[in-house]
Design a protein around this ligand. Structure first.
Ligand code: FAD
Ligand code: N01
Length: 546
């Protein structure tokens, strides 16, 4: 007898659905599959549930979407019973929530942890996906759902000499479970993206001296984080159905103030007062002060100027403040950071900033690191250098579709998908929050629920119709890719060297990876396509050509 993964005699464990990833996406996908009476299994490289919130345990990690929005909406009892303590939940609380969900819906019994998928291939004759793990097991299913996340492959700190460094080094995205005590140490942080901006104020509280190495400054807006009040939580919970419904059809998947006027249509006084008002609210509200912040460079520059002035007000040393002011990309075109005391941290005597823009890091040395200008000594280094985003987690797996076609080859010039859900030539393979879907430009919880529900509705439809093969049509895919790029070109996003365009990885194709046409609009498109019998997909049953 073979065990479920066929370890003993290499027989395969066979399922209706094999899901890769046990973060919010994979967990909900499993729950929905069970509801349809499908046999499903989830595979994850991690030792427990949580995905992002399992791996990213660095000090200061927390969400940047309000907790009341950044949570599942699919179960009324769950959303009523769970209590968030802060406006933006810290990572340990989000992880407790994930664990609670896993227990509540008894998910772990169908999740195989410590299981890294290295290859997946579609067997046309059997209409099966075979997934291979790093230990040589094979898991097979009619459908393969890749719930591998958009930010789950940390970028390797590929610096010369790293192996010679005498002290410990860390990547924010692979933080030790036991935590790190920086008390009394000289510490370097490399990077100034969201992970760095969250962790720097916390590390500064412990370190003897903290040196931040900045290649590009980022815009950050204040979180004004605080404990949630009983009254505000009660109000939301009493109206949770309507609250969630608003998020489902909104531009960005959460309850926030949307813009109703162009920045050109307001007087200077009104512009400043509106920006001040939104600044006082904090978070992403600032990004939507005017309807054209993301599309009109002149309006964007007004907001960018305002944000730069705020940095100058918060940082005591004018030279440091100037270094922290972003000047090479429009406001919000790199992921906007939401900060707690970030800029004030540079006023502390034990914190200094090194500008890498003219003198990049040349190598890591046994004692620290050297830029092209100077050598520095440290006891520990923290790399907050980001991820091989969006396509990285998918292309990390050697995926072969119909006729042995390789996804890596198909996507050599950038991803090609239909709705970020399916790929032509790769039947019965779905991607949750895949490239060319709104994903990272939204509240990901909304995006995840929308994708998982769309996929599970589709699987239910296939089951009811006695079908078992679905594949995106080439033409529909071509049109979607074109539409994606056209919409991106109506925005300022492509102007920034961000991970949204793959600029953070050497050699990564420069295209726009997420869909920027708005979450509510995207949902309408997906719903219409499903209502028309999955227009743009070819449906069939095994043995027949799809
Ligand atoms: P993930 O949580 O990334 O889970 C994917 C899982 O797949 C991982 O557990 C991984 O181990 C597994 N996996 C991947 N490849 C393989 C493989 N080959 N074999 C086996 N297992 C594999 N989004 C927001 O909307 N708001 C926020 O405030 C927010 N904060 C964030 C903070 C941080 C630090 C980061 C990194 C991201 C944040 N995000 C945020 C985005 C976040 O990734 C999503 O909100 C969400 O958690 C993604 O869930 P997921 O299940 O789709 O993917
Ligand atoms: O990664 P990043 P992140 N030498 O890519 C620098 C989500 N998230 O982990 O800008 C020197 O944003 C790099 O410099 P540059 C969120 O979606 C959310 O911080 O490329 N520096 C940059 O400063 C976010 O966008 C939260 O010039 C190097 C930094 O490292 C996404 O995850 C918290 C370098 C990387 O920034 C990724 O965020 C955390 C090098 N060789 C993450 N290589 C919330 O707040 C890279 N850098 C909810």
């Amino acid at each position: 007898m073979a065990d479920q993964a066929g370890n003993e005699n290499r027989e395969e464990a066979q399922f209706d659905v094999v899901i890769v990833g046990a973060g919010f996406s994979g967990m909900y996908m499993l729950h929905k599959c069970r509801g349809l009476g499908l046999r499903a299994v989830v595979l994850d490289a991690a030792s427990d549930v949580g995905g992002t919130w399992y791996w990213n345990r660095y000090p200061g990690a927390r969400c940047d979407i309000h907790s009341m929005d950044y949570s599942y909406s699919f179960d009324e009892d769950l959303q009523q019973e769970w209590e968030w303590s802060e406006r933006y939940s810290p990572q340990p609380e989000i992880l407790s929530y994930v664990e609670h969900v896993a227990e509540r819906f008894d998910l772990r019994r169908d999740i195989r942890f410590d299981t890294t998928v290295v290859a997946a291939s579609y067997d046309e004759d059997a209409n099966l996906w075979h997934l291979e793990t790093s230990t040589g097991e094979t898991w097979s299913g009619t459908y393969c759902v890749l719930a591998v996340g958009c930010l789950s492959v940390p970028q390797k700190p590929d610096f010369d000499g790293l192996d010679q460094f005498k002290g410990p080094w860390y990547h924010t995205g692979l933080w030790p479970h036991e935590g790190v005590d920086f008390t009394g140490l000289d510490v370097a942080v490399v990077g100034t993206g969201s992970s760095a901006i969250q962790s720097i104020p916390q590390i500064a509280k412990q370190a003897r001296h903290l040196t931040v190495f900045q290649r590009t400054p980022n815009f950050a807006v204040p979180a004004w984080n605080r404990k949630l009040g009983e009254e505000e939580v009660r109000e939301i919970k009493e109206n949770y159905t309507a609250y969630r419904e608003y998020a489902r059809w909104s531009e960005s998947g959460y309850n926030g103030e949307e813009a109703h006027e162009s920045g050109h249509d307001v007087s200077e006084n009104r512009r400043i007062s509106e920006l001040e008002r939104r600044w006082a609210v904090g978070g992403f509200t600032v990004l939507s002060t005017f309807s054209d912040v993301g599309s009109d460079l002149e309006v964007n520059e007004m907001v960018a100027d305002f944000a730069r002035d705020k940095i100058r007000q918060r940082v005591d040393d004018p030279e440091v403040a100037e270094l922290l002011c972003p000047k090479n990309h429009p406001f919000g075109t790199k992921r906007l950071c939401v900060d707690i005391d970030y800029y004030e941290t540079y006023n502390l005597p034990n914190v200094s900033l090194v500008n890498l823009s003219d003198a990049p890091i040349e190598a890591i040395t046994p004692d620290g690191l050297k830029t092209t200008e100077k050598a520095y000594s440290f006891d520990a280094i923290v790399f907050a250098i980001g991820f091989d985003a969006m396509t990285g987690p998918l292309l990390n797996i050697d995926i072969k579709g119909r006729g042995g076609q390789s996804l890596r080859e198909k996507w050599v010039d950038g991803p090609q998908t239909y709705l970020g859900l399916g790929v032509a030539g790769f039947p019965n393979m779905f991607t949750v929050t895949g490239p060319q879907s709104p994903s990272v430009l939204t509240n990901m919880m909304s995006a995840i629920e929308q994708h998982v529900e769309w996929i599970s509705d589709c699987l239910g439809y296939m089951k009811d119709q006695n079908l078992d093969c679905i594949e995106a049509a080439e033409e529909a895919e071509r049109d979607w890719v074109k539409h994606n790029l056209e919409v991106a070109d109506t925005t300022l996003y492509p102007q920034a060297d961000s991970w949204y365009v793959g600029a953070n990885m050497e050699g990564k194709p420069r295209v726009f990876y997420p869909y920027v046409g708005g979450f509510g609009e995207y949902r309408k498109k997906c719903d219409a396509i499903a209502a028309e019998g999955y227009r743009g997909f070819e449906l069939g049953s095994a043995g027949q050509q799809a």
